[in-house]
Design a protein around this ligand. Structure first.
Ligand SMILES: C[C@@](CO)(OP(=O)(O)O)[C@H](O)COP(=O)(O)OP(=O)(O)OC[C@H]1O[C@@H](n2ccc(N)nc2=O)[C@H](O)[C@@H]1O
Ligand SMILES: Nc1ncnc2c1ncn2[C@@H]1O[C@H](COP(=O)(O)OP(=O)(O)O)[C@@H](O)[C@H]1O
Length: 296
């Protein structure tokens, strides 16, 4: 059995920091939009647990979130099965689009299927939270309003929208931004915004933007470029990627042509349900119809 599953990107449509917990972690309010742009992971049965990746800059050792997720799953269940995992890396790393966290979530769901563990999404989400604050939203698989450190998740239904996501080729460490003394940590608690249009107004913002721009002036240039060319712009997560809402995919393709050469970008559509969950449902349907064909 070979299982190929996507690990989609997210953008934080806004990100407010409302406080700090005694353990140093920050309390957030954020709106996660899942996107149709994704890494791809393949899982095959094997005696040992191995990872290969087509991007040589990403270590495939125990520091990789995919192997961390597999190890956490083995520890939780006592399972000793192996898997040959192959990662096709497409999402920018350290870019605020959650690629590493999404890879971890896809590994939890993929191995839960491959190893027939039968764990619920709630349990996989709890295991995921030990790997990173962003993992639960990818495990749950819905665009969502999130609070706490990102683990209090309420699914939302966002209107169909296209975004241009630009990566100014900078790698931002989440810990570095959260560790900055000048970070605003007292944004008042907000209610869930009424519409996507409201989210992109000044009432909602990304508290990490000012600090990220100071550490990396290129992020400020990216935000300015998007504002000039698309009329709106915001940073996702702790950066470095910035995005703009588009009128449609065609506008995005035109803007990609004009993008300064040292930046990369992609056009993506927001998805209320994760492409991971859709792919897994299709896989299970195929398995079930194969089994019923065998018993007929
Ligand atoms: C800020 C967000 C918003 O989506 O995005 P990214 O830019 O990283 O994608 C996330 O909550 C990030 O989640 P994640 O990337 O999983 O972070 P983690 O690995 O859990 O934490 C990395 C480090 O950031 C700090 N951290 C993280 C999350 C949080 N709510 N408060 C924190 O103070 C901690 O210092 C932690 O050691
Ligand atoms: N499978 C993985 N994919 C991407 N990054 C990973 C992975 N495993 C570990 N990492 C580490 O996690 C860091 C942050 O990853 P990523 O999720 O891409 O960024 P962000 O949290 O900014 O969205 C990377 O720079 C890398 O050092």
């Amino acid at each position: 059995m070979t299982l190929t599953l996507p690990a989609p990107a997210k953008i934080n449509l806004f990100l407010h920091i409302t406080g700090r917990r005694p353990d140093g972690y920050h309390c957030l309010q954020t709106l996660f939009a899942l996107l149709d742009q994704a890494d791809s992971l393949t899982f095959e049965p094997s005696e040992s647990l191995t990872l290969r990746c087509d991007d040589p800059s990403l270590p495939c050792d125990e520091s990789n979130l995919i192997l961390k997720a597999a190890a956490a799953l083995r520890k939780h269940t006592g399972c000793t099965l192996g898997a040959r995992i192959t990662l096709h890396k497409r999402l920018p790393m350290g870019g605020g689009v959650g690629g590493g966290s999404s890879d971890a979530a896809t590994t939890l769901l993929g191995l839960n299927q491959l190893w027939a563990l039968g764990l619920s999404l709630d349990t996989l989400s709890e295991i995921g939270l030990t790997l990173g604050a962003d993992v639960p939203v990818f495990v749950k698989g819905q665009s969502a309003w999130a609070e706490g450190v990102g683990e209090k998740i309420t699914p939302v239904s966002l209107p169909d929208a296209y975004f241009l996501v630009v990566h100014p080729q900078i790698h931002v460490s989440t810990a570095r931004i959260f560790g900055d003394r000048e970070l605003t940590r007292d944004t008042p608690i907000s209610k869930l915004p009424a519409s996507l249009e409201a989210v992109l107004t000044r009432d909602f913002h990304n508290d990490c933007e000012a600090v990220a721009k100071r550490h990396f002036p290129e992020i400020g240039k990216t935000l300015d470029w998007l504002r000039q060319h698309a009329g709106n712009s915001r940073m996702t997560g702790t950066g470095a990627c910035c995005f703009a809402r588009l009128t449609g995919s065609q506008q995005g393709q035109q803007l990609l042509q004009q993008l300064p050469q040292h930046w990369t970008g992609f056009v993506a559509r927001s998805r209320n349900t994760s492409p991971l969950h859709e792919a897994l449902a299709r896989f299970r349907e195929t398995q079930n119809s194969g089994e019923s064909a065998q018993t007929d």
